[in-house]
Structure formats: structure tokens, C-alpha cells
Design a protein around this ligand. Structure first.
Ligand code: KIV
Length: 293
């Protein structure tokens, strides 16, 4: 009997910690659907975040604020079905965890139980700390997120880098450490000076995942549409595009439209044949009077 190698196991939270200890970088991307999750998994990505950035990237909202738990549940379910190895983290959208520990736990349970998420992410420290404790107490792993937190961008004075004074950097480090103490297994640092992020990373035992936070973090995350050139917005300073799929898709669609209009598509190889005698009978039936009984 042929023996098949075991499929790669789901990445564990312990392994994430061990990677930090060994100085091995962690790779996280956002993804919002099943084929994307399968590609990320096959590419060896460690963590897939179904971010609330789905709001603007796939659902057409102007910001992340309007997206609902029900909308994200559909996307998390699709991603979880495609990720065999990568850890799937569901972002808790605005309004789903701010009100109370109880609503935070109820909503997070839906992401784990109904959609198959391995963990959830929430933004902020302060009031979010008791949410983290409640979620971890309920057995749900939590990723924190400090620095630029898009759900509260208005409070932060817009989409700009955070922690750029000594006092603000100190606050940021205290918040990240408080999230660690509350039970987070990792923390995203977004739009933070590289020197600050490196020091915060050194001050923590759990991994930091940077986005616009320099190379001193334990891992990096980029948004799918930014990384692959699928977004028509001006990319943020910290984005590196690894492909231009948006223009490749547009060119393919233009070629399809042109070939349909000119009759060049479909060709014979794209069609089904039928036996000649059946075709003759079919044509004869068209000419013959209708059979009525
Ligand atoms: O929703 C998202 O895409 C995020 C990343 C920017 C970390 O929170």
C-alpha cells in the first residue's frame, strides 16, 4: 500500500511564539475568499487575516466602519475552508466588540463556531483590554492591533503614523505590553516609526506583526489588494506591490470583449459536437409538422 505524507498541520500558537524566539519572521496577508486562501496557504503564508479591510477592498464601502459581523462571517467561512495550514484570524468589525465584554464574546464565538476562524483580532488597548481578557477566558485566541487603528481613525486625527513623539511612543509601548498581559498571542503594529516598533518588539515576548512599522517587527502583513496590485487607490507609503494583477485582469477582459465582438471567440475547440445523423433528424424535425399527441 502506498503511504502518503501527512498533510501539513495547522500552525499552532506555540509555534508562532517559538518562531519569535528563534528569530524567524512571520508572514501574514489578508484574504477574503476561498481561492485566495488556497493560494496563500499553498505559498506557505503563516497567518491569513480576514480583515475588516474587506469593507473597502471587496464590499465597496468608503471605510472599514460600516462592515457588519454577518458580512464578514461569509468571507471568514470561505477563507477557513481554504486554509489547511495557515492560521485564520477574523477581524472583529467596528461595533462588534466596543459595547461590552459580553457582546464581544458573543460575536467572536460566531466567528469561531459558525465560520471556522482560529482566532480573532481587535483594535485598540484601553477598553479593549477587558475584551481581550473576556475572549481569552472564553477560549478564543486574540490578536491585538495598536498604532494606526483604522476603526478609530477620526479620533486619531486621520490616517497618519502614530507614536512619533517620545510620550506617544511610550504610550504605544505600554498599550502593546498591556495587550500581551491581557492574553493576546500577537499584536499588529500599524504605521509606527520603525525605531519605535523595533523597541516595542524587543519589549514583548509575543510576536509583533508590522504594517508600515519597519523591519524590526517579528513579522509583516500586507493587504491582498495592495500587495498584488488589485487596488486602484494610491497605495500607502508602506505598501510594496509584488504584482500588477489589476492591469493584467483588465487586459484579459478587454481581449475577451474584443474577441466576442469580432467572433474570434469561441473557436471549434471550445464547442461540443453531435453525431451528423442526430443533427439531420433534428433538422428534419424542425421542417416536419409538430407531433401533437
Ligand atoms: O483589516 C486589515 O486589513 C488589517 C490589517 C491592516 C492589519 O487590520
Amino acid at each position: 500500500m502506498t503511504s502518503h505524507p501527512d498533510p501539513p498541520a495547522k500552525l499552532s500558537l506555540t509555534e508562532l511564539q517559538d518562531r519569535k524566539a528563534r528569530g524567524e519572521k512571520l508572514v501574514m496577508v489578508t484574504a477574503y475568499d476561498h481561492p485566495s486562501a488556497k493560494l496563500a496557504d499553498a505559498a506557505g503564508v503563516d497567518v491569513i487575516l480576514v480583515g475588516d479591510s474587506a469593507a473597502d477592498n471587496v464590499l465597496g464601502y468608503d471605510s472599514t466602519v460600516p462592515v457588519t459581523v454577518d458580512e464578514l462571517l461569509v468571507l471568514v467561512r470561505a477563507v477557513a475552508r481554504g486554509a489547511r495550514h495557515a492560521l485564520v484570524v477574523a477581524d472583529l468589525p467596528f461595533g462588534s466588540f466596543q459595547v461590552s465584554d459580553e457582546t464581544a464574546v458573543a460575536n467572536a464565538v460566531r466567528f469561531v463556531k459558525e465560520a471556522g476562524a482560529d482566532a480573532v483580532k481587535l483594535e485598540g488597548a484601553g477598553p479593549s483590554l477587558s475584551r481581550v481578557q473576556a475572549l481569552v477566558g472564553a477560549g478564543i485566541p486574540v490578536m491585538g492591533h495598536v498604532g494606526l487603528t483604522p476603526q478609530s481613525a477620526t479620533m486619531l486625527g486621520g490616517f497618519k503614523a502614530q507614536g512619533r513623539t517620545a510620550a506617544k511612543a511610550q504610550r504605544l509601548r505600554a498599550d502593546a505590553r498591556a495587550l500581551e498581559a491581557a492574553g493576546c498571542f500577537a499584536v499588529v503594529l500599524e504605521a509606527v516609526p520603525a525605531a519605535v516598533a523595533a523597541r516595542v518588539t524587543q519589549a514583548m515576548t509575543i510576536p509583533t506583526i508590522g504594517i508600515g512599522a519597519g523591519s524590526g517587527c517579528d513579522g509583516q502583513v500586507l493587504v491582498w489588494h495592495d500587495l498584488l496590485g488589485l487596488s486602484d487607490r494610491r497605495p500607502a507609503r508602506f505598501v510594496k506591490r509584488y504584482a500588477e494583477l489589476g492591469s493584467a485582469i483588465k487586459t484579459a477582459l478587454e481581449q475577451f470583449a474584443s474577441e466576442v465582438r469580432s467572433g474570434a471567440f469561441p473557436e471549434e475547440q471550445h464547442t461540443y459536437a453531435m453525431p451528423d445523423e442526430e443533427l439531420e433528424l433534428f433538422e428534419h424535425a424542425e421542417r416536419a409538422p409538430e407531433h401533437t399527441d
